[in-house]
Design a binder for this molecule. Structure first.
Ligand SMILES: *Cc1c(COP(=O)(O)O)cnc(C)c1O
Length: 364
């Protein structure tokens, strides 16, 4: 990231030097490429609520084909995509099986309850192996006292797990177990292309096991706004109505979809992000006092364990921030770094140097 600021007042260690900010808080920080901006400026548009925006229609068609579904819907955010999926799959009072640490359970403002009126069944470590068994255990047998189990939501890559990949075979086993119980399966695939690229598999090998999938255009794929919800035609028709109900019916949205169409071709960038994540992780783990579980560095995320330091995760994140390295503390002794196109390999090496300087100076 190339933003510079005068470091005056940013902390004693930087003095008055110019410090380049290396911002690894999230891959949502990616900005549109020049080509995207040009495409946005000249996008052919119409009123998408009338189904008349050719660029949105083209994006929905391409996105559906890419994930092997026969229809798709362009939505303003991943949260809305997930919530529309839940609304479309369920009835009020149903139960939805999710990982207790999933985005849907933790980071969507309780909206599954707020809008779909469903109850979440949060399963600890649902995504951490033996998913089929855990689904079977969470399933509610018919009983007058119980809510009806209706839907399972998987998340791939799994954010809280470290940006880890659930392989197509594991997804198949999990989805088969769900289907056997009569459950529908939604994939929160905000970063499903990271999973595909990291494992060298086609994205369809993941999505074919799910009734619906949501993926983000606005993260590593670098579009400014938007997500895709894909599924079968009938499902998407119903979903389109829920999108309107939630206020997600946009008009000349082709301006955004033009960038989305280019985002679908940005998957090579993800390979670079993954390589940079490995370099960052290796660099951190060579510093005495810092630990990274390298096995979990499978995509564009690095979770740094600070238990070997004399200050906690938040404290170390602050110390890094004073040196222009931005991250997010996600636990008492854990900090998350997300790699994306605005962070170069040179930035990564520089971030490691700054981390080393801080640790060596003070906190070990
Ligand atoms: C980012 C993200 C979403 C959607 O986020 P929005 O900010 O609403 O676009 C959903 N699931 C996961 C796992 C995510 O990381």
């Amino acid at each position: 990231m190339s933003i510079s600021y005068g470091a005056e007042g940013q902390g004693e260690s930087t003095g008055n030097k110019e410090v380049t900010v290396i911002d690894m808080r999230s891959d949502t920080l990616t900005t549109p490429t020049k080509e995207m901006r040009v495409a946005m400026a000249y996008a052919e548009v119409g009123d998408d609520v009338y189904g008349e925006d050719p660029t949105v229609n083209a994006l929905e068609k391409s996105a559906a084909a890419l994930v092997g579904k026969n229809a798709a819907l362009f939505v303003p955010s991943g949260t809305m995509g997930n919530q529309i999926a839940i609304l479309t799959h369920t009835n009020r009072g149903d139960e939805v099986i999710v990982d207790a640490g999933s985005h849907i359970a933790i980071f969507e403002v309780g909206s599954a309850c707020m809008f779909a009126g469903v109850q979440l069944a949060p399963v600890p470590d649902l995504m951490a192996g033996e998913t089929a068994e855990k689904i079977k255990n969470a399933f509610r047998v018919p009983n007058i006292h119980y809510p009806t189990s209706r839907l399972v939501c998987l998340e791939n890559t799994f954010n809280r797990g470290g940006g880890t990949v659930m392989l197509p075979e594991e997804m198949e086993t999990a989805a088969d177990a769900a289907k056997e119980l009569g459950l529908r399966v939604h994939l929160d695939g905000a970063r499903i292309f990271n999973a595909a690229v990291a494992s060298g598999r086609d994205v369809k090998e993941f999505t074919c096991h799910c009734d619906s999938v949501q993926f983000c255009l606005s993260k590593g794929l670098s579009a400014p706004v938007g997500s895709i919800l894909a599924g079968e035609k009938e499902f998407i028709e119903k979903a389109r109505k829920y999108r309107k109900a939630l206020g997600g019916g946009m008009r000349q949205a082709g301006v955004l979809a033009a960038a989305g169409l280019m985002a679908l071709k940005m998957t090579d960038q993800l390979k670079e992000d993954h390589a940079n994540a490995k370099i960052l992780a290796a660099g951190f783990s060579r510093i005495k006092g810092l630990k990274v579980d390298l096995e979990k560095v499978q995509t564009n995320m690095v979770f740094l364990d600070t238990t070997g330091l004399t200050l906690d995760g938040a404290g170390f994140a602050e110390a890094l921030e004073r040196e222009g390295v931005r991250s997010i503390p996600v636990g008492a002794q854990s900090i998350r770094f997300v790699l994306h196109k605005e962070v170069s390999q040179e930035d990564v090496l520089e971030a490691v140097r700054r981390a080393e300087k801080i640790v060596t100076d003070k906190y070990r």
